[in-house]
Design a protein around this ligand. Structure first.
Ligand SMILES: Nc1ncnc2c1ncn2[C@@H]1O[C@H](COP(=O)(O)OP(=O)(O)OP(=O)(O)O)[C@@H](O)[C@H]1O
Length: 670
């Protein structure tokens, strides 16, 4: 039994993403994880008891009492006696020491050798990588037991030599694991930065690449220890363990098997000891892998919700929100959202980072979601994909293509990629550096039901659709061999593979230079017109919204403050925040300088009960601070959240507020 941690390994993980983060004190951390604690207690007990028994010569594992052979458990012999009347507990403990230490030896050799070769192969590449791959393939192909029997034939019953050879054979797993981690991290920008700053290869490996491998190697090592114990017991069973009369766990099973008809109990202690120890080692590996994964998702350590927070999360998740009414103009839309809330643990409860968002997007419509950093745009987008990171809780009504979806009942699972897909800001994030574009697309398309030949044809069609030249060469390329624009086109092609009805583009052009930005926008506009998807375009850039969107939703501090057709919003904003955003946007054909918005968006949990923008709004009066600002209709397909809107914008004759009076001091509630 082994645990493959490659899936949990962080491709291009953050530097230092090593073993599970320990937070809140080691004991408290362990107490919250009873599975890990139970495994550690068992392994520790066996190791300490067998070490003490061996080192201090406690018990008499060799002392025979033929008059009391094959006895069951008793006060004098808690686990009974064997054929020669020797105490089974003493023999188990005496044999355990050698079993565990020799298994450790094998794993240490496997880890050290495998990590060194994996790092070298992954970092240096070329001929070194090729030769190491051959070595790894040979080690994997060799039949372990036959090799160990050959070693025993040559060297006799030398369990330490056998376990050294086992360590070399097992190193193949670590070579593969560390090599793939190294390849994925090698192209990271921070590794390039280290190279540029003149660090030596050895230093880059040690400081920037090795820490990424420590966690996965540690976890794989735990599973390998279980395997080594099994192999060691197998050798003992075949008579290749400790020479008689010295005990080994495998040897004890072999002896018990010969007396099974006279005393079946004899099989239980040694069998159970091997099973429980191997199980504990493997489970420990699995638990640690889950912890590491959770830590990478932001769920580990300090962010684990408390019991009270879990109760609050359950209450939030159970919040009932009715289907939107037909008179809000959303009937028949591809996306219908009502009273969407995204909340994260805070103090003893939860705090909203998105609150009460209503949204709809029809087929063929492009809606721009705009607002400053931290207003909740990305969280809104992720909630529509069921991808809000744990322990965040999403509640509210979400309907995609006529069917209600929820994060809590797994209904997103089959829909992601099919009904709703995502293009992210950084294309390389979506493209695993270990695989070629061809195999990435093949994997996605096979998931959508294509056979191998069909997937190949469809991949080429999709790349053609997104305007990629030299398709065959691109299919054979690795992501790092593509330019930013080309990589974004590939990630768009992958997003389109499932023919989604709703495409969420989260700042898809921010990481690209302006000419490539224009090309990608043009591509999205064309695709959207051809395929008739609903497109939610998340951006800071109002220029992009003017360019590509039909409707704009302006978010401030977690809520929608204005929603209007693009032209209406740009010509006559109805909320001072929309006006301020427009005034802050540079325009080529305009003689006004952009005016920044003073102050910052208050953080979640510090939003005032009244209008959330009041603290930064030059037009705010006591009326704005007298109670919550609710959404108000302002014409067809138009709403805003400003109590003074009519008064303000009437006074100003529908002219957008290019210059605001000096802003009031920033106000946040305590
Ligand atoms: N994992 C998390 N745990 C707790 N709070 C989070 C988490 N992720 C985001 N937030 C908070 O949610 C709020 C909204 O973040 P979000 O990323 O949606 O904003 P945004 O408008 O998309 O900003 P940007 O344009 O910078 O991406 C922020 O205050 C952020 O601090």
């Amino acid at each position: 039994m082994s645990t493959d941690v490659t899936a949990a390994a962080p491709p291009g993980g953050a530097p230092g993403a090593g073993p599970p983060r320990r937070t809140g004190g080691g004991i408290a951390w362990l107490l919250r994880r009873p599975g890990i604690l139970a495994c550690l207690i068992w392994i520790g007990l066996v190791f300490v008891a067998s070490s003490v028994a061996r080192l201090f010569s406690l018990g008499n594992p060799l002392e025979q009492d033929l008059g009391n052979a094959l006895a069951g458990p008793s006060a004098a012999h808690p686990l009974g006696t064997d054929q020669l009347g020797r105490d089974v507990l003493d023999r188990l403990l005496f044999g355990g020491w050698e079993t565990l230490l020799s298994a450790w030896l094998a794993v240490v050799i496997a880890v050290v050798l495998g990590t060194a070769l994996g790092l070298l192969a992954g970092y240096v590449g070329g001929a070194v990588d090729t030769v190491t791959s051959w070595v790894q393939d040979i080690l994997i192909t060799l039949p372990t037991i036959l090799v160990l029997l050959a070693v025993a034939t040559v060297l006799g019953n030398d369990i330490w030599a056998a376990m050294t050879v086992l360590g070399v054979l097992m190193s193949a797993t670590f070579i593969r694991l560390v090599r793939s981690l190294t390849v994925s991290v090698r192209e990271e920008l921070y590794v390039d930065a280290a190279r540029v700053s003149g660090l030596s290869g050895a230093r880059i490996l040690g400081r920037h690449i090795l820490p990424n491998a420590v966690g996965p190697v540690f976890i794989q090592g735990s599973a390998a220890l279980g395997t080594a114990v099994v192999v060691q017991a197998g050798l003992g069973f075949l008579g290749l363990g400790a020479p008689p009369p010295y005990p080994s766990w495998g040897g004890m099973i072999s002896e018990a098997a010969t007396s099974i008809s006279l005393q079946p109990w004899l099989l239980v202690p040694s069998g159970l000891m091997i099973v429980l120890t191997v199980l504990a080692l493997n489970l420990l590996g699995d638990y640690l892998r889950d912890e590491m994964y959770a830590a990478r998702q932001g769920r580990g350590g300090a962010t684990q919700p408390s019991r009270r927070q879990r109760r609050a999360a359950d209450a939030l998740a159970a919040r009932e929100v009715a289907e939107p009414t037909v008179d809000d103009g959303s009937a028949g839309a591809v996306l219908r959202v009502r009273d969407l809330r995204v909340s994260f643990p805070h103090d003893d409860g939860f705090v909203d980072v998105v609150s009460g968002v209503d949204l709809h997007i029809g087929a063929g419509e492009t809606v721009g979601l705009v607002g400053e950093s931290g207003c909740g745009k990305t969280m809104t987008g992720l909630s529509l994909l069921g991808l809000v990171p744990s322990p965040g809780v999403v509640s509210g009504y979400i309907e995609i293509d006529g069917r209600r979806v929820s994060t809590h009942d797994g209904s997103f699972a089959g829909r992601r990629g099919r009904e709703v897909a995502l293009i992210s800001q950084e294309p390389m994030v979506a493209l695993d550096p270990v695989f070629t574009v061809g195999s990435l697309m093949d994997e996605v398309l096979r998931g959508h039901g294509y056979d191998r030949a069909g997937a190949r044809t469809r991949a080429a069609e999709l790349l053609e659709l997104v305007g990629i030249p030299r398709i065959e060469a691109v299919l054979r390329s690795y992501p790092h061999q593509l330019s930013g624009g080309m990589a974004q086109r590939v990630s768009i092609a992958i997003a389109l593979a499932g023919e989604p009805r709703l495409l969420i583009a989260d700042e898809p052009t921010t990481a690209l230079d302006v000419t490539v930005q224009a090309e990608i926008l043009e591509l999205l506009r064309r695709l959207q017109a051809d395929l008739g998807m609903a497109l939610l375009f998340i951006t800071h850039d109002l220029g992009v919204v003017a360019d590509i969107c039909t409707r704009t939703v302006v978010m401030y501090a977690g809520e929608v403050v204005e929603q209007a057709p693009v032209e209406d919003l740009f010509d006559s904003p109805r909320h001072p925040y929309s006006g301020a955003l427009l005034a802050a946007t540079p325009q080529v054909d305009d003689d006004h300088d952009p005016v920044g918005i003073r102050g910052v968006v208050p953080p979640p949990g510090r939003w005032p009960e009244h209008c959330r923008f009041a603290g930064r709004c030059s037009f705010a009066t006591d009326t704005c601070r007298s109670g919550p600002a609710v959404l108000r209709p302002a014409g067809p397909d138009r709403v805003h959240r400003c109590v003074r809107s009519e008064e303000l914008f009437d006074e100003r004759g529908d002219v957008r507020p290019r210059r605001q009076p000096a802003p009031a001091p920033v106000e946040v509630s305590s």
